[in-house]
Design a protein around this ligand. Structure first.
Ligand code: 9WN
Length: 419
């Protein structure tokens, strides 16, 4: 690793290329994750896009988050996809979701990194950003409150009701809950993702049948939060959601205080989330993990989400040795699943590959908490993106490019952190 790092250190042309990707994926006020494969506005992708734009166009960066919140539902939920313009290239589209927000959208959410990143836009130019931040602030608080009301289990951990909600679609974290779903009445549907990228890199039909079944179930319940939660076979406590919400609330609270805005009971909410993080500690394995809320079964999965504890604001010294182990086993960044796990699959999406945006949250969070390996994560992310391009994700063992090309969040992560 040291040798290859030394050999290919000059990535001076990459900044301009990264900016071009953001500009090309700009659809006017919002950015698509990549052309073709993902033709709409995705929630956490957009938050990363805004950080990338902030490096050269702060006004456009704010606009990205404002457009995202234009899709917020009355209950506070901010959808994971907003279907601004119809596009036949993606399945499931607006008709399958059948949602009634202010703009056609999906009915689930995604990790709320936008809460944190809005505060970074404010910090980049407090004078120019104060009014825009103040306008977004009540909407952001409402979203956080929606999580606490509808996505918190009795142990205090934040859970997801669909694998897509976590943003880690086919992670092994969902296997136990997915096995409890019988999707035989799901009906015929045609996938579009495998028409854009190699099927061996994507979730399987087994997964997709269950993804669609879960959407159909919630649609039949008219996306009513209480009804959707009740008796749902898929309720999984998720470190991605928990730690990112913790970080979001902390950043929002600090910015709210600094701007003299009403912080309400955010401090208490944050303290509850901090206490709730204990529920995600898997004592048998000795790391942060997800569990099936319906039966308490742990995933026993050391994933990249396990390492978001630092980003969430925990010290978590016991996680350092685990990070060292996975970095020893995988040379090109934090793998989405530890390579020594028998379920590891180097190219299949969230069961092995390394993702730039996860690496950013892990590396940044670790460095903030004084964990030296945080900088190593940044260097490796720089190396893999610099060498193999702004693709969706990478094989963590060889660095090989995988998934969609010219990807927004990979370009943004380069501009904001790795490059
Ligand atoms: C479903 C857009 C999104 C990301 C997710 C990633 C993938 C979608 C899909 O692409 O999910 O939301 O169809 O596979 O898993 O994290 O936001 O880039």
């Amino acid at each position: 690793m040291t040798e290859t790092l030394a050999a290919a250190d000059d990535f001076s042309d990459r900044d301009a290329a990264a900016r071009d990707i953001l500009t090309q994926n700009d659809r006017g006020g919002y950015t698509v994750p990549t052309d073709g494969l993902y033709p709409y506005q995705w929630n956490w992708d957009s938050a990363f896009a805004s950080l990338g734009f902030a490096e050269f166009d702060l006004d456009r960066a704010w606009q990205e988050i404002e457009t995202l919140f234009s899709g917020q539902w009355d209950n506070g939920m901010v959808p994971h996809i907003i279907f601004h313009k119809p596009d036949p290239g993606y399945f499931p589209g607006p008709d399958v979701w059948g949602c009634n927000g202010p703009i056609a959208s999906s009915g689930i959410t995604q990790p709320p990194v936008a809460l944190s990143f809005a505060t970074r836009l404010l910090a980049a130019d407090p004078e120019a950003g104060a009014a825009r931040f103040a306008a977004l602030y009540p909407k952001m608080r409402k979203w956080a409150e929606w999580f606490l009301k509808w996505r918190r289990d009795e142990k205090g951990a934040i859970f997801v009701i669909h694998p897509w909600e976590s943003g880690r679609d086919n992670a092994p974290d969902w296997d136990d809950a997915m096995s409890g779903i019988d999707p035989q009445d799901v009906g015929y549907y045609e996938r579009r993702d495998t028409q854009h990228v190699d099927a061996s890199m994507r979730p399987t039909k087994y997964d997709y049948d269950r993804y669609i079944w879960l959407v159909q179930r919630a649609k039949a319940l008219d996306w009513d939060d209480a009804k959707v939660a009740e008796g749902n076979p898929f309720k999984v406590a998720d470190p991605t959601m928990h730690f990112i919400l913790m970080r979001g609330l902390r950043d929002l609270l600090a910015a709210g205080e600094a701007q003299d805005l009403d912080t309400g009971d955010m401090a208490a909410q944050l303290a509850e989330l901090e206490a709730g993080a204990d529920a995600l500690w898997n004592p048998g394995m000795g790391y942060y993990d997800s569990y099936n809320c319906n039966n308490g079964i742990w995933s026993n999965a050391l994933s990249n989400a396990s390492f978001l504890c630092w980003f969430g604001g925990l010290d978590a010294p016991h996680m350092e040795q685990h990070l060292a182990r996975v970095l020893d086993a995988a040379p090109y960044g934090v793998p989405s699943l530890a390579p020594f796990d028998p379920r590891f699959d180097a190219k299949r999406y969230w069961r092995g590959p390394t993702w730039g945006m996860m690496n950013m949250m892990i590396g940044e969070g670790a460095s903030e908490r004084g964990v030296a390996l945080g900088e190593e994560v940044r260097k490796r992310t720089r190396e893999v993106i610099g060498r193999y391009g702004f693709v969706e994700y990478f094989d963590p063992m060889t660095g090989a490019a995988a998934g969609g090309k010219a990807f927004t969040w990979t370009a943004a992560v380069w501009l904001a952190w790795a490059g």
